[in-house]
Design a protein around this ligand. Structure first.
Ligand code: SF4
Ligand code: SF4
Length: 453
């Protein structure tokens, strides 16, 4: 496919100043307005400093890569490329193909050989080779590329799906036609009654047919992922990290005249069962106090480290992941130029002792607030088999990734198997959480977040 603009002007903040709102000749890209013009040159020149060999693909990949679940415009992809990022992750399902379209648009301004483009297909057991080929063809059309570097099985939740004949037959055909180079498997924990990330991805690494793994990994959730990394290292499989920062739900104090959505919902549900408003309010108060008490330690933490924003945690968490050489690239869902400027400077830089200490303290303080991605320890003790970590992951999409629509759509798909069941439950699940999470509190908060009244 022709690459029209390999020598075109690079996308940078300075270009935005120069072109301000105009349209680049020969392209359909509307140049967005200048953001953060106050930044110094040093701050604006975020550049990738380290590239690592992506397992047996042999491709030298930037240690920070770009995920596109939150992407809203192709120029952000171009900006990432100009900062040295050369691995772009998308999926058929991201924005119903829009993410692929934006990468395709940006790709026309890149040197195709210098970038690694991955996409993903999610499918069930009954998918046929023909269906997968047809879907891949559409992905490729949106990406506007002659070949895709890697096709992942999206969110593979069982070992069985790794042997899907239709998928492997389709891959064989695509590789023979030069339309696909590699395959991979992504997993961020079980869906429904699926198997653990460790089980699925270790099996995939040993399988021999998959060259790449995309897995959840952060400083609070590392044991399982590090077993997967060891299996990948042994088999020379390329590794990409996602969900690199733990997400937390905020707790609001109780103001009886100004209840939050989840507090009001909790109150309504109790009163619907015939409890008086006074008693229901007293119960709500006890619940909120319990939540606040568990967050009390965080004050010391915030003061000690001078925390001002969630971004501070996000940046240091990503830095921690990128510091592990066995994780070849750390995929960050970039949604803005500012975020690229904030994160890319960690590339190739050693994590400082102060940052290590920050993460250690954080772990201690928030241990009982973070539901681990990929964990399913408590599912069997829930009479409804609620997918606890999946629901909390959707809350993470909402809170940490700002992806409200996606989060709510996914939550809706759980139908009646959702966290509304936790409002009236004695919570037998709680005893099975090794991290002592207050599961009903966390899930009912997530439910309120992810549903419309
Ligand atoms: S609180 Fe009850 S319904 Fe909710 S996850 Fe725990 S056991 Fe299941
Ligand atoms: S609540 Fe605890 S046991 Fe349940 S999925 Fe989350 S971390 Fe695992």
């Amino acid at each position: 496919m022709p690459n029209k603009h390999q020598n075109a002007s690079k996308i940078s903040r300075r270009n935005f100043v120069k072109f301000g709102g105009a349209v680049i000749a020969g392209s359909t890209l509307n140049i967005p307005p200048l953001k953060n013009a106050h930044l110094s040159q040093e701050e604006t020149e975020a550049k990738i400093k380290e590239y690592r060999v992506l397992g047996r693909t042999g491709f030298k990949v930037s240690d920070i890569s770009m995920g596109t679940t939150r992407m809203r415009e192709a120029n952000v992809v171009r900006y990432a490329y100009d900062s040295g990022i050369n691995y772009f992750d998308t999926a058929e399902s991201y924005g119903n193909g829009n993410s692929e379209k934006m990468i395709g648009e940006a790709l026309q301004f890149m040197d195709r050989k210098k970038v690694f483009i991955t996409t993903k297909l999610h499918f069930e057991e009954n998918a046929t080779k023909e269906e997968l080929l047809e879907r891949f063809t559409k992905c490729q059309e949106r990406l506007k590329t002659d070949y895709v570097d890697a096709l992942y099985i999206h969110s593979a939740s069982t070992v069985k799906i790794l042997n899907h004949t239709g998928f492997h037959d389709a891959v064989k055909e695509l590789k023979a036609a030069g339309r696909l180079k590699h395959t991979g498997v992504s997993n961020h924990g079980p869906r429904g009654d699926g198997e653990s990330m460790e089980k699925v991805l270790c099996a995939a690494a040993e399988d021999g047919r998959f060259d790449l793994m995309l897995l959840s990994y952060n400083f609070m959730n590392k044991e399982e992922a590090e077993k997967v990394l060891a299996a990948c290292k042994k088999n020379n499989v390329g590794t990409t990290a996602m969900k690199t920062s733990p997400g937390m739900l905020a707790v609001s104090p109780l103001d009886p005249d100004n209840l939050t959505k989840d507090q009001q919902e909790y109150l309504d549900r109790i009163m619907k069962r015939g409890t008086s408003k006074e008693k229901a309010m007293a119960r709500l108060k006890r619940r909120v106090n319990r939540q606040l008490a568990s967050y009390e330690n965080s004050k010391t933490f915030v003061e000690k480290h001078g925390i001002k924003t969630q971004d501070q945690l996000r940046k240091t968490s990503i830095h921690w992941v990128a510091s592990n050489p066995d994780m070849h690239t750390t995929c960050v869902s970039f949604s803005s130029f500012d975020m690229i400027d904030m994160i890319v400077p960690v590339s190739g830089v050693k994590l400082s002792a102060a940052d290590q200490q920050f993460l250690e303290d954080y772990k201690l303080v928030f241990n009982a607030q973070y539901c681990r991605h990929g964990c399913n320890n408590c599912v069997s003790s829930c009479p409804h088999q609620l997918p606890v970590s999946t629901i909390m992951r959707y809350a993470y999409y909402y809170e940490m990734q700002g992806n409200e629509k996606l989060a709510m759509e996914k939550y809706l798909k759980l139908r009646d198997k959702n966290a509304s069941l936790c409002f009236d439950c004695s919570a037998p699940c709680t005893a099975s959480c090794p991290h002592n999470l207050d599961i009903p509190v966390q899930l009912t908060q997530a439910h309120s977040l992810l549903t419309l009244v």
